[in-house]
Design a protein around this ligand. Sequence first.
Ligand code: ADP
Ligand code: ZN
Ligand code: ZN
Length: 808
Amino acid sequence: MPDGYYHYCDVSLPVPLDQPFTYALPETLRHRVAPGCRVLVPFGPRRLTGVVLRTHDDPPAMEAREALRLIDAQPVLDEELLALGKWIASYYCAPLGEVLRGMLPLASEIRKGKIYSLTDAGRDAARQLLLEVAAEDPVAQVLRALESRPLSAAYLAKKLPLADKVIRSLEKRGFIFPEQLHEDRDPLRAPSDRLLVELAATRPEAKLSKPERELVAFLELHPGAHNLKDLEASVRGASGAARSLGKKKFVVLKREPMPISGVWAARAPHSLNPPQREAFAQIHEAIVSRKFQTFLLHGVTGSGKTEVYLNAIDTALAAGRGALLLVPEIALTPAMAGQFFGRFGDQVAILHSAFTDTERAEQWRKIRSGAASVVVGTRSGVFAPVRNLGLIVVDEEHDQSYKQEETPRYNGRDVAIVRARSAGACVVLGSATPSLESRYNAERGKYTLLELPDRVEARPMPHVELIDMRVEFLETRKQATFSRRLLEAISLRLENGEQTMLLLNRRGFSSSVACRACGERVNCVNCSLTLTFHRRDRRMLCHYCNYAEKVPSQCPKCQSEHIYFLGLGSEKVEEELHRELPKARIARLDRDTVSGKRHYESILQNFREGHYDILVGTQMIAKGHDIPNVTLVGIISADIGLGFPDFRAAERTFQILTQMSGRAGRGNLPGVVLIQTIQPDHYAVRMAGKHDYQAFYERELEFRRCMRYPPFSAMANLLVRSEKQEVALRMSADLGHFLTPPPEQLKIMGPAEAPVPRLKNEYRYQFLIKAANRAALSELLHRARHFAVERKWGATALVIDVDPVTLM
Ligand code: ADP
Ligand code: ZN
Ligand code: ZN
């Protein structure tokens, strides 16, 4: 009994109260429960799953209730990850139970058979034994099979002789451990974009509803399997109808295979150019000397950062260690994953939010068993149970999607650094536009700066021109979307068979609907935000809560009939473009046209293959895509983001302009970038135009220093919210009193109406806190949280956001 024999365990539960709860262990569980395992316990009238923090023999003051069931035979969180969870809970001021729950991809309700993996002891034993015994030996066969990946008992029994007996004996010796295999209750409960529907070969007699009849008619016209989500564009209510028809056996529903699979051709690695080699040499050195070190790899767009990552991963693997690569949500495409499969084969695991629970759990097991030692994942991938972690790469480290915008509000990049520190691993943060914080850390010597100043193979940086739209207006007397210069440039590309990407930071047809007579704008009923007009279905939509309504024919306030449309959206840009350039083939990419990951990929793929001349899109198109035939990038308006009431507005604008410019001229043809703006003198716009990160950084740093914004202070945002305005006001007043006077070194601004004062039917007030001392800030935030718990504000009434990335 390696884990001892204890009578009690302390369990962290996903509830707002922060302390662990002590449970008694029934006889049968005493020797099996260990820290990091999940257990099912009674909590009030409910049953909850929690994570064991500690096992012990200290009788609690009050009589403890009994734990009900052990869910994992081996800990799902090792000591290192448990410690990381505790750090997150404390730093981001979030309940530990919720943090731990968020770190695990495994659902725990339904069980279906057992799945076996090798333990560390089993791995060693296997190595030894396989040298000694004949290949046909039943024990050797089972061990060899499990060395490559975890397998279910049923699979082993089918494939190998005597497997049942061998499994029992190996389990008893602690060489393998079983885990309950959980499967989604019903495979057809998968999200619509992962389901295919097809007419059944023989169909029963049945009375069908109208949507069902419409779907059947469509399927008769278009035989074959269709993706449910895609169908919704053609048949109203397709997805519901397909599911109900499935129950009647009228159609066949099946799962679409995983969007990212492991079949890829290997590509020969590039040999590194001198700056790449220089950067890699330093990373290599850190990995082999097994020391914690953080590098900031600042490389311009197209400088070949990925090749440096791949080499660093090689080094980690050669040193017998695992590697983790984090990428922004939108960047994890099949093409991207393909590069890694091509290079590292089946050792790669992918953690992606588009996967179902079952798929994610499968990947997670493959990692924990040691079968996968290279993990590519989005934000929460930072918790992957990689064995013997030696390297974490965070690509596009400045990206906002690393910040989780719900509790626990952690930043994946920062968590990566903390995890690497305790694992003695090396971190590489890569970006063409490093965040101010990271660049400043490099300046202070906390990180090591590595630079790739030029594009590979001496390809030139694109030529950038700023187009002053105020001058354009004076000269043409027209409020045009496209300047003459931009239209000309696009036409030229059309003639030459080259491609154009156009960026607009707003989806929908125009940004809002307003009344000419009284100026009233049409707002969402749940949020104090204007609704966006969508031409395709003539609706106005709230982009925060999805509330929709028809465009009114009269002003709701003054009854005037002069309703008009303000602003500009990607849908409208597309339409105007059609008018100006009737022959152009235009595709659009934004959250309206893209429902699933797959769909997004197929639009991009078609563009890459030359089926379109122009791609219009929101900032979704700014990241990472490498399309050689794009020689023109147009930015319709650089100004949209600059107006946001957020201290990062300039930084964000600089980043998006630079990233977007980076899409031009990545092949052998040189690229041109045209930026339309009414603020050509703004430093973010000017420096982006000159590819001058350094100048931007210095200027922005000065602004932050003057205003005591990060990185010159630690910041937090306390948000109080309630559906009732009086309640929200009273809570924020109470909290205001509690926080007064603020401790030294802290400056509290608020309570004030939040920039979005009403959202999803809740009124919102906020306190913005700047602190010269992080410990003092943390102490204050924990006190604020206890105050809310004591006052019994609901679990969601107080939001604590440490190091906020957006204040909107
Ligand atoms: P970044 O991420 O820095 O924008 P990428 O890593 O996407 O740049 O590299 C840009 C292109 O250059 C890719 O097509 C890549 O295959 C190629 N590349 C990378 N390193 C080299 C090299 N040493 N020689 C030639 N081509 C390279
Ligand atoms: Zn009006
Ligand atoms: Zn809304």
